[in-house]
Write a protein that binds this ligand. Structure first.
Ligand SMILES: Nc1ncnc2c1ncn2[C@@H]1O[C@H](COP(=O)(O)OP(=O)(O)OP(=O)(O)O)[C@@H](O)[C@H]1O
Ligand SMILES: [Mg+2]
Length: 487
């Protein structure tokens, strides 16, 4: 186990042990005090009752053999019973190892006697009929005692006192018992705290340790791991946050990697596309400089080739600029209410001649009235041009290229279908990417840059629409796009 779990569990354990000990200490203290009070009061009351009993029944009564009775009673109560006269001189003293009757040889006064708890004023109080009590150490009996002095009456006159003393030992033993129970409870509490801490370490520190491991893995670039979320408490929330953090980081990193990859490919492709026309132009120019063109016709041909490459380069640069402008979100700036049918009609007219020359039949099947859309008409025209250009190029002589459109609830859907060679399903998603060409051999022979469809997709998406391909190899393809209606 690592430091975290150890410290948290140990802290928890120490806290619990401390709480258990504090509670037990104070409850023990209070209990001891209360018990002592209760017990002493009870014992005191008991002694007073016995004292009164002796005082009333025996002390002034000379019918009974007093010494014997006192002896028996002292044994029964495990106490010492003393009878003193009104001056405080001991007449009888029985119990707790003392057997003194009739004053013995010398007269002993309880007040001021070195071992007795009583003083002169105590005797005065008794004489006035009050019962007095004492609790504490006593050197006469050589132990802690509790004592009572009860007046003895003869008529209305106080003629002496009954004094009962009992050792405190029994209650001390009880308290020791209680303290032992408190101690055992404490030990049980500590064991319980330990068990709870172990349980706690499973439910608390284990998920924390797990999260720590996963956070470390994330720091090392591994976002694939997820914490198992079991609880709905603070730890569960933390685990969920960690999981969503890892997912988001994973997405971010993947997106960054994709972007980086695209950029690198893009730069490579652009360089390649720029280099090819440049080397062709270089070749023809050198041939011209070296006088390799022998006739005017040759020279003219070379110059035409160079001119063609320049046009190609200009187109490439224009398209790249268009793409980057669209990526910067500049299309939306010039949007206004546009009639798609009108735009399609203009492009149709432009391509009529090209199609006819190739022997391809071009059909405009758009309805003459369509719900207006919010669009940039020049960009929309570019979409039609790029799609028609592709369609006519791939369709052989005798084939048909058709433009259609229909209205959906919230958008227009425009399709351009051809009778070309089609696109294999696995290539369909790729044709929208910059510089992608299905037929690699056409790279050089045709004039395509592979940017047309990427531009189409960018324009359509900038208008809030989407693009789609349906194609059957050797039968033809249908390129569709949607564009939201103007509200
Ligand atoms: N109607 C179609 N039928 C079959 N394949 C097509 C069709 N339209 C496009 N493609 C394939 O998709 C590739 C990408 O098309 P895109 O229009 O982006 O580039 P291009 O036509 O090669 O060049 P550019 O449009 O920039 O002149 C094409 O090279 C072609 O292989
Ligand atoms: Mg194209």
């Amino acid at each position: 186990m690592s430091i975290i779990s150890r410290s948290i569990v140990v802290k928890f354990w120490l806290t619990m042990v401390l709480i258990v000990m504090i509670i037990l200490f104070f409850s023990g203290l209070v209990q001891t005090r209360e018990l002592k009070k209760l017990y002493y009061n009870q014992q005191m009351e008991q002694l007073i009752k016995e004292g009164e009993h002796i005082s009333i029944n025996f002390a002034g009564n000379r019918l009974y053999p007093l010494t014997g009775i006192l002896k028996t009673m002292a044994d029964m109560l495990s106490a010492n019973i003393m009878i003193v006269d009104s001056e405080g001189y001991i007449k009888e003293c029985q119990g707790m190892g003392i057997n003194m009757s009739g004053g013995g040889g010398e007269r002993i006064n309880v007040a001021g006697h070195h071992g007795m708890p009583w003083k002169e004023q105590d005797l005065e109080s008794v004489k006035q009929g009050r019962t007095i009590t004492y609790r504490g150490p006593n050197s006469f009996f050589d132990k802690d005692i509790i004592s009572v002095a009860v007046p003895v009456y003869e008529g209305q006159q106080v003629t002496g006192a009954v004094m009962l003393s009992a050792p405190l030992a029994p209650i001390e033993g009880r308290i020791l018992d209680l303290q032992k129970i408190t101690l055992y409870t404490g030990i049980a509490g500590i064991i319980l705290a330990t068990i709870l801490s172990l349980f706690f370490s499973r439910t608390l520190s284990r998920p924390l340790l797990n999260m720590n491991m996963i956070a470390r893995a994330m720091a090392g670039g591994d976002y694939s791991r997820q914490v198992e979320v079991k609880s709905k408490d603070e730890i569960g929330i933390l685990a969920e946050s960690l999981n969503s953090l890892s997912l988001r980081l994973q997405d971010k990193v993947a997106a960054l990697e994709r972007l980086d990859q695209t950029r690198r490919e893009f730069v490579a492709n652009v360089s390649h596309e720029l280099r090819t026309p440049l080397s062709i132009m270089l070749g023809y120019t050198e041939a011209l400089i070296d006088g390799l063109a022998h006739s005017d016709t040759d020279r003219q041909k070379y110059l035409n080739n160079i001119h063609e490459e320049i046009l190609r380069l200009r187109r490439l640069v224009t398209e790249l600029l268009d793409l980057s402008r669209m990526e910067a979100g500049q299309v939306n700036a010039e949007m206004h209410e546009t009639d798609v049918a009108a735009v399609a009609g203009r492009v149709f007219d432009k391509f009529q001649a090209v199609a006819a020359k190739k022997g391809v039949e071009l059909r405009n099947s758009l309805p003459s009235v369509l719900h207006p859309v919010l669009a940039n008409p020049d960009r929309l025209e570019q979409v039609f041009i790029n799609l028609l250009d592709n369609a006519i190029r791939v369709t052989p002589a005798g084939g048909v290229v058709e433009m259609t459109a229909y209205e959906l609830k919230n958008e227009l859907r425009v399709s351009i279908s051809d009778e070309g060679h089609g696109i294999p399903p696995e290539e369909q998603p790729l044709v929208w990417e910059r510089f992608y060409k299905v037929d690699k051999s056409r790279t050089r022979t045709g004039e395509g840059t592979g940017l047309g469809l990427a531009i189409v997709k960018k324009i359509v998406e900038a208008h809030g629409g989407s693009v789609e391909i349906a194609s059957m190899p050797e039968k033809g393809s249908t390129f569709s796009f949607t564009i939201p209606k103007k509200l």
